[in-house]
Design a protein around this ligand. Structure first.
Ligand code: SAH
Length: 432
């Protein structure tokens, strides 16, 4: 399915037997469950959902700690990723291969304008150069190893393996007009939020700028491929219109690489997406919020607040002990004064924890002076966690109190719950 070259569909059990050392049985039986040789692809139909709640996710190990399991990870010396290079560095590189400088521009455009997945498709390069590049470099540093599509086909999540065997997730969401991509900034996360699936595995490492950009190029390629079978029932979009850094990791904990990637993604000479179409979500690292205010790029800022006071927030978001609510809100105020941009606060409602009308009022009082909007998110429950989502009625009441007290708030759609598209959830399910 989708844009992958291998079209032989084979039953899950047979495929995993070949790829993975310890295949496990799927709880969702054929014919709805299939996988590719190169990518575990699960198609969900009808009422079949995939999630911890249904107890149906039994996908074999994709070891974040077993890099020897796939071809990509077996390579002793990883190929040089050209996605890490600036235009100048690309020029130096092609010159070092004895090539004229204009070849750098050609390769650059193949990568960022035409989303080439390999050198073989760069048809205006001499064959010998393509072979040489192929031997020592890559433009696809991510290997897709599993993919899940929601029953309505509007949400699609891919688990990628990195060259060192780590794995990350990215999610494509199709709306009426937007095609929003949620990408990761780190393999794992070190922030330890107690309700988050990614936090449970800890931080493995920062992603490189190229690995961040590669997630976008992968989906841009998918959306632009004319012969790719449509995975969704809505009109097939052809480009990525919005990007949110709300996948795995804390983007401000990997500040330098994230901003190198953001500059590449917004550079008209490279990927060229308008900065206003990109949102960076942070747990609230105050010094980095101040730094972002100086960047001069109109990237949107979202802050994961989840509670109006330190007593509750420190339980949910441990970094709050270092950067408490009052200081965080003061930093957001500085950011707004500097950039004149509206900030989004994310607030995941957890039953009996942070969802009372009193807390809604406290939140409204603290946020009212700020140019902001609150995204109320129904909690996506994760296993081994005491937190449960708030009921729809209570959720509506919480939002209403915010609105009535002068703070614009909306409920964010539960996209991807059934496909474990919540932060870090697919990776965890895969390792279960
Ligand atoms: N580290 C960044 C971005 C990644 S998480 C941050 O903290 O903002 C993206 C958003 O998903 C954050 O608001 C995070 O708090 C939220 N989130 C994590 N786990 C969740 C869950 N189980 N249910 C609902 N939202 C969750």
């Amino acid at each position: 399915m989708v844009s992958l070259p291998i079209l032989n569909r084979i039953p899950v059990s047979a495929a995993f037997g070949q790829i993975f050392p310890t295949p496990k049985r799927w709880a969702i039986g054929p014919p709805t469950t299939w996988v590719h040789r190169s990518i575990g692809h699960v198609e969900l139909t009808g009422a079949v959902g995939l999630g911890y709640n249904q107890g149906m996710t039994h996908i074999p190990l994709y070891g974040t700690t077993h890099p020897a399991q796939t071809g990509a990870a077996r390579e002793q010396v990883p190929k040089r990723s050209l996605l890490e290079l600036t235009q100048e560095e690309m020029t130096d590189y092609v010159k070092s291969l004895g090539q004229p400088a204009y070849r750098a521009r050609q390769i650059w455009d193949w990568i960022y304008k035409r989303y080439a997945a390999d050198f073989a498709s760069m048809t205006n390069l001499p064959a010998a150069l393509r072979a040489r590049l192929d031997a020592e470099a890559t433009v696809s540093p991510l290997t897709p190893i599993a993919e899940v599509v929601s029953a309505d086909r509007n949400t699609q999540k891919v688990l990628f393996q990195l060259p060192d065997g780590q794995s990350i997730e990215a999610v494509l969401m199709l709306y009426e007009r937007r095609r929003t991509l949620c990408i990761s900034s780190q393999a794992g996360c070190g922030m330890g939020c107690t309700f988050c699936a990614t936090a449970q595995g800890g931080l493995a490492r920062n992603l490189t700028a190229g690995e961040i950009v590669a997630q976008v190029l992968y989906f841009a390629r998918y959306l632009a491929t004319p012969h790719a079978p449509p995975a969704m029932e809505v009109d097939r979009p052809t480009h990525v219109t919005n990007i949110v850094l709300m996948g795995m990791g804390e983007p401000m904990h990997n500040y330098k690489n994230v901003w190198t990637a953001l500059r590449r993604l917004t550079d008209p000479e490279a990927f060229g997406l308008g900065a206003r179409h990109i949102t960076l979500s942070t747990v609230g690292l105050i010094p980095m919020i101040d730094r972002m205010a100086e960047e001069g790029l109109q990237i949107g800022l979202a802050v994961s607040l989840h509670a109006p006071n330190d007593e509750i927030r420190s339980q949910l978001v441990p970094i709050n002990r270092r950067y408490p609510v009052a200081e965080l809100l003061a930093a957001v105020q500085r950011y707004i004064e500097k950039t004149h941009r509206r900030v989004t606060f994310e607030y995941a409602l957890m039953r009996g924890i942070n969802d009372s009308p009193e807390l809604a009022l406290e939140l409204a009082q603290k946020l009212k002076p700020l140019l902001c909007h609150v995204n109320v998110i129904p909690l996506n429950p994760i296993p081994d966690s005491p937190y449960q989502p708030t009921s729809d009625t209570e959720t509506r009441r919480f939002v209403q109190i915010l609105n009535e007290n002068g703070v614009p708030a909306t409920v964010r759609l539960r996209r991807g719950i059934e496909i474990n598209a919540g932060c870090g959830q697919l990776r965890r399910a895969m390792a279960a």
